[in-house]
Ligand binder design. Structure first.
Ligand SMILES: Cc1ncc(COP(=O)(O)O)c(C=O)c1O
Length: 442
């Protein structure tokens, strides 16, 4: 087994020194796209292979008892998983270690289990449905977890302060939220958390923007979570999740890594290899997702058949300033160049690939639109190279009771788009023709 590059912090991570130096060097010298391609992917010193091999062995030879090359058993550590974790730690700015899991949901479950019995957390009210389900129907029942759901976008400081209890251990943020793309001011929530006597950690689910557009650890968060299933892998062929933590949380990282092994919800070597391959083009894809989504959002804005377009990159979006302020440094560079080239005509700036809109009419027009598109495939999930469209009220958010859906603004005419990286003109034309078909059906 040849050495791999590591995020090297624990006993089951082999050959630490070279890996650690290499990552530090890359992080200080190289930009996002360069790190995506090189960290965790150094040529194999034995064979010269430029791309890591897939290491399927479940167990590893020991030269004497306890004398091994850093790998003992593949649940505890695997070369491809370590390599992917190194890549992720180098991409999520402010990160030092990453821990990969078999799904975003397994990642969520592991974090919440780490809180122990009878903890209290505060969660954004618009959280991903599966996260809501785990909090309220699994952790609540099995470990006595109590969750207070708060509108972290609009609640004033005193309302948020009033939600803190002596045992509040975590604040769970998702920003932008799904599907209404509300934006949460992460530094504001972090400073409220620092004031709280129980010193809760702040976790940000950064799935929607990916490490390219938003760097929550730089904004003061303690933990970042990703469903790698979405943008990081980016090709709709892997289900996986990960946590990324900063260097000052070494003890917490160890605790979560212990649970990764003890609970065992680990990804396969092949999936890690695929996700690492996907991550190599994250920067290219995220720029294309962003420019395509802005073009589609503007086409939707121009249409008489659309009531409202929700895309935080649009200059008309109520939180457009916050979106700009919270851009990662690499996204800021990209967006500033884009604005310089396109000026005010741009109508906004690229900000990820997710758009929601309310079609004029109701469920019938929404459904007609969804079956009239030629390129947007009617399907759940998001973040792949191909464009997808769905009806949250009946699909991704169908399990939320209608009254709560209404409160969250998830009506029957709300359509969610995951804008892919096809040609911009083709996607705009597809949306425009499907809107005409839907309107004609009224
Ligand atoms: C924001 C967000 N977080 C977490 C998850 C869960 O991830 P997974 O489907 O990989 O379990 C999802 C899935 O859609 C999601 O959208």
């Amino acid at each position: 087994m040849s050495p791999v590059i590591l995020n090297g912090d624990s006993s089951h991570h082999a050959n630490g020194t070279n890996g650690i130096n290499s990552i530090k060097e890359h992080v200080s010298l190289d930009g996002f796209g360069t790190r995506a391609i090189h960290v965790g992917s150094e040529p194999n010193p034995e064979t010269g292979a430029v791309i890591p091999s897939i290491s399927l062995s479940t167990t590893y030879k020991q030269d004497g008892v306890g004398n091994h090359k850093g790998f003992e058993y593949s649940r505890s550590g695997n070369p491809n998983r370590n390599a992917l974790e190194a890549t992720l730690a180098a991409l999520e700015s402010g990160g030092s270690s990453a821990i990969a899991f078999s799904s975003g949901s397994a990642t969520t479950a592991t974090v919440l289990q780490s809180l122990g019995p009878d903890a209290h957390i505060i969660s954004v009210n618009d959280v991903y449905g599966g996260t809501f389900r785990y909090m309220t129907r699994v952790a609540a029942v099995n470990q006595g977890l109590e969750t207070t759901f708060v509108d972290l976008e609009n609640a004033d400081d005193d309302t948020i302060r009033a939600a803190f209890r002596h045992n509040t251990k975590l604040i769970w943020i998702e920003s932008p939220t799904n599907p209404t793309l509300r934006l949460i001011d992460i530094p504001r929530i972090v400073s409220l958390a620092h004031e709280a006597p129980s010193h809760p950690l702040v976790l940000v689910d950064n799935t929607f923007l990916s490490p390219f557009y938003q760097s929550p650890l730089v904004l003061g968060a303690d933990i970042v979570l990703h469903s790698l299933t979405k943008y990081v892998n980016g090709h709709s062929d892997v289900v996986m999740g990960a946590l990324i933590l900063p260097a000052h949380h070494a003890a917490l990282t160890e605790k979560l890594r212990f649970l990764q092994n003890a609970i065992g919800a680990v990804p396969s070597a092949y999936d890690c290899w695929l996700a690492q391959r996907g991550a190599k083009t994250l920067h290219l894809r995220m720029k294309a997702h962003g420019t395509n989504a802005l073009a589609v959002a503007r086409a939707l804005q121009r249409s008489p058949h659309v009531e409202e377009v929700i895309y935080p990159g649009l200059s008309t979006h109520p939180r457009n300033d916050l979106a700009y302020r919270s851009l990662s440094s690499q996204a800021r560079t990209f967006v500033d160049k884009y604005l310089k080239a396109n000026g005010d005509d741009a109508g906004g700036f690229p900000y990820g690939g997710m758009i929601s809109f309310r079609i004029r009419g109701g469920a019938a027009q929404a459904e007609k639109f969804l079956t009239a598109t030629r390129l947007f495939t009617l399907a759940e999930s998001l973040g792949g190279v191909e464009s997808l469209a769905e009806l949250p009220a009946q699909m991704t958010h169908g399990s939320i009771p209608p009254a709560e859906r209404a409160l969250l603004g998830i009506g029957d005419n709300l359509v969610r788009l995951s804008v892919g990286v096809e040609e911009e003109e083709d996607l705009v034309a597809d949306v425009e023709q499907a809107l005409e078909v839907a309107a004609a059906s009224a």
